[in-house]
Design a protein around this ligand. Structure first.
Ligand SMILES: C[S@@+](CC[C@H](N)C(=O)[O-])C[C@H]1O[C@@H](n2cnc3c(N)ncnc32)[C@H](O)[C@@H]1O
Length: 235
């Protein structure tokens, strides 16, 4: 950790930091001081792309989570330097944050840029983007929220496409059902730059959280059950 990162961490953590203790559900409006939509970014690394995206879109709140302390200091320092009020930095495991500390339907989006690729087959189970993770994410995302993933590891990109496509709560925003063109609003990340230097191909994926219509038979059944409940007792 550089002296600047340590200094930013010490000064700004009390203002903009969040410890992931798994003990409470966060009031996001209280955390950000407003009710603007909140997008969660998992694994922001050094946070340069996070800060640039937050600066370009001040009406969106960014909850950025990572376990990497120098990166947390770096992002806090960038938020101060760019005079950003729409970033909060969470320290700890994103899964605990999602599972224990975020309310159902509370997120307007999810960003996962260049998650650890875990290239060895015996480590594939450690990859973040798996069906169980998507089920948890779907529960925390509001209908219409977009999940944006990017990776420079093509086998992982294929896995992401497969599991997102198979998940009933997400639909591909891309007509042909494939990878998305890289959106102009996503700056190049540090890890991405390293991948590009090695000749890697980068893929973006943009999927939307869908809201399933209540089926006619289900609503009819509920109505019937409710009517039955309201019957006065007989005899
Ligand atoms: C390969 S780096 C990519 C960083 C950045 N997005 C970029 O593109 O430069 C992946 C990051 O995810 C973080 N990470 C991995 N698992 C995590 C978890 N369960 N919760 C929070 N952060 C995690 C790591 O600490 C690391 O900073």
């Amino acid at each position: 950790m550089t002296a600047g990162q340590a200094d930013a961490l010490q000064r700004l953590w009390p203002l903009w930091g969040l410890d992931i203790d798994g003990q409470r559900v966060i009031d996001l409006a209280e955390l950000f001081g407003n009710t603007r939509p909140v997008v969660l970014e998992i694994g922001f690394g050094m946070g340069e792309a996070t800060a640039r995206m937050a600066a370009a879109d001040p009406d969106t709140n960014i909850l950025a989570v990572d376990v990497h302390t120098p990166g947390q200091g770096n992002l806090l320092g960038l938020a101060e330097q760019y005079d950003l009020s729409n970033i909060r930095v969470a320290n700890g495991d994103a899964i605990i944050l999602l599972r224990e500390m975020l309310a159902p339907g509370s997120l307007a989006g999810l960003r996962v840029y260049f998650p650890d690729p875990w290239p060895k087959k015996r480590h594939h189970k450690r990859r973040l983007i798996q069906p169980e993770f998507l089920a948890l994410a779907a529960a925390r995302l509001a209908p219409g929220a977009v999940v944006h993933c990017a990776t420079d590891w093509e086998p992982y990109a294929e896995q992401m496409l497969e599991v997102l496509t198979a998940h009933p709560d997400f639909e591909n925003t891309v007509q042909d059902g494939g990878f998305a063109p890289r959106p102009a609003h996503r700056p190049q990340t540090r890890f991405e730059g390293q991948g590009l230097d090695k000749g890697h191909v980068v893929n973006d994926l943009l999927f939307r959280r869908v809201q399933h219509p209540v089926s006619h038979s289900a609503s009819h059944r509920d109505q019937h059950r409710d009517q039955h409940k309201e019957q006065p007792p007989t005899g």
